[in-house]
Design a protein around this ligand. Sequence first.
Ligand SMILES: [Cu+2]
Length: 285
Amino acid sequence: MKSLLKYTFAFFIIATTLTFTSCSSDDDTATTVDELAGITKFQEFSNDTHTIELYSKEGNLEQGFNEIYIRIKDKATGNYEKNAAITWTPMMHMSMMNHSCPKSEVVQKTPNGTLYSGYIVFQMAQNATEYWDLKIDYTINGTAYTTTSEIDVPASAKRKVTSFTGTDGVKYIIAYAAPSQPKVAVNDIVLGVWKMQDMMHFPIVDGYKVKIDPRMPSMGNHSSPNNVDATQTALGELYKGKLSLTMTGYWKINLQLLNAEGDVLKGEAITDTVTESSLFVEIEF
Ligand SMILES: [Cu+2]
């Protein structure tokens, strides 16, 4: 009996060793897995020559700020392109007109890597009759390619983006970019401020300030200590500040947008009588 048990145990060890050995032999696979760590593919579209793969951390898109990752696969060889120059054009097709939205450039994540990334800010969600598509133009070794596909942009559960006209008559878009996973702590908050120049162009606004005042409406509208208003550290960048969250739950992040001269273009300071700003984003965690 005892020797049978030993024999069974020895067999189990050999089987286990074989399993682990066979799983960890492919170097190519290991590199690919590392590049895609933490992101999930949510869509593929293709033209005659390539398959374009879209990834995000959440494995989908939604209304608001979206970090998006791209890989381009050569259909003939199955290899991923490492020297592509990519531009993109998101477009919303509405019943009366088409318009684009704020977006970054598309940059290669690592030298000689296969992954490219950037952000797109969908200021509106799709609905039954109006939809977004994404055109991707890219050049590889001097040859230009293009492909366009419809994308799914459902409404976000909480307000993550807001469009408005400032007291200066300019149309602005403000979006909440981070933290995507808020903590009970002083978080690094990232907001974006863009101007709607026309239907196709939404440049970043430089040199402004976004005042932040997080409140819990369900608990006497209490605030939190040690928040820091969001500003740019360099021109052309997103706005960074500190968001203090003292407990989990629903927080309304009341905002005020100030221009370089300190004039309030939109939003109100919170007082005993003014319990919310007309400019805000929301989180719940
Ligand atoms: Cu629209």
